[in-house]
Ligand binder design. Structure first.
Ligand code: 5RP
Length: 275
């Protein structure tokens, strides 16, 4: 997690930025400074407004630290928009399903909507969560770029709901199941302006935004709190796994257990601290 920490050097922005945009850009340059290498083969690129600065920072890094001769850096997009950002920066995209079978990505950079004390994230504010999770879970490291507004002790403190990607035909039954798990008023995400109807993802699925009570961290549970869902109070991974079991759910916008080196698939355990 890269928050407000200032990178060693950062080129001036192309146009003046307000305080929030400037914080996003600083976090992005810091994340790239600490976690990107020109020798990397495959790099995941998430979605949203912060990652645009991440790609700018990668471009800057490559111009000041060129890769070894004949070395290719491939960038794996997490959706249509992310591919556009990669291409517009003059970087080379590669589809997730064109990766060599056993290749892991060296790193994946992405944004988040909210991040808790143990670096679990809510993602999907931009409706791209499925491909983001696909790419993140095949990366040796998942680097989440988040400015100061996103960091909270518990998830669902400022960000109100969990984005969930669902098959359109199953959305009514998924909404009902979410209510039974304690979600207070889950809703299909709709277009807000001229265009009517549900927003569709890159998979032509729908997004449900499901409000729950603030989520407990694994540390809360270790200290004795009951995060099993009784009374609608859940621990992050328990809720994510329960929602994922609902038929019709493609993916849940809770990213957890990615705090550390993921080279060993089963060994996604701590170590990495916010910078
Ligand atoms: C898109 C995402 C984004 O990473 C998340 O919404 C953060 O976006 P931004 O950087 O614009 O705040 O998960 O689905």
């Amino acid at each position: 997690l890269s928050t407000m920490a200032t990178p060693d050097s950062i080129p001036p922005p192309a146009k003046p930025l307000d305080a929030i945009e400037s914080a996003k850009r600083k976090a992005a340059f810091r994340a790239v400074q600490d976690h990107f290498k020109s020798s990397y083969n495959f790099v995941g690129i998430g979605s949203g407004s912060t990652i645009v600065y991440g790609v700018e920072a990668i471009k800057h890094h490559l111009s000041t630290n060129p890769p070894p001769q004949n070395h290719m850096n491939w960038f794996v997009p997490t959706g249509w928009n992310s591919r556009k950002v990669i291409e517009e920066a003059g970087l080379v995209p590669i589809n997730f399903d064109s990766l060599p079978g056993d290749a892991m990505l060296d790193v994946c950079f992405d944004g988040a909507d909210e991040v808790d004390a143990e670096l679990n994230c809510i993602k999907g504010g931009g409706a791209c969560l499925f491909q983001e999770k696909l790419v993140a879970t095949r990366s040796k490291r998942f680097i989440c770029i988040a400015d100061y507004r996103k960091q909270q002790r518990r998830l669902l403190t400022q960000w109100p709901s969990i984005p969930i990607e669902v098959a359109p035909i199953g959305h009514v039954s998924v909404l009902r199941e979410l209510e039974l798990l304690g979600s207070n008023g889950p809703k299909i995400r709709e277009h807000t302006l001229a265009k009517a109807g549900p927003i569709q993802t890159d998979q032509s699925f729908y997004i449900i935004d499901a409000p729950f009570a603030k989520l407990l961290t694994p540390e809360d549970v270790a200290e004795g709190a009951d995060g099993s869902g009784k009374g609608g109070v859940w621990e992050v991974s328990a809720l994510a796994e329960r929602i994922k079991r609902i038929t019709g759910v493609l993916e849940v916008g809770l990213f957890y257990g990615m705090n550390g080196d993921q080279t060993q698939a089963a060994g996604m355990k701590g170590g990495q601290k916010p910078v």
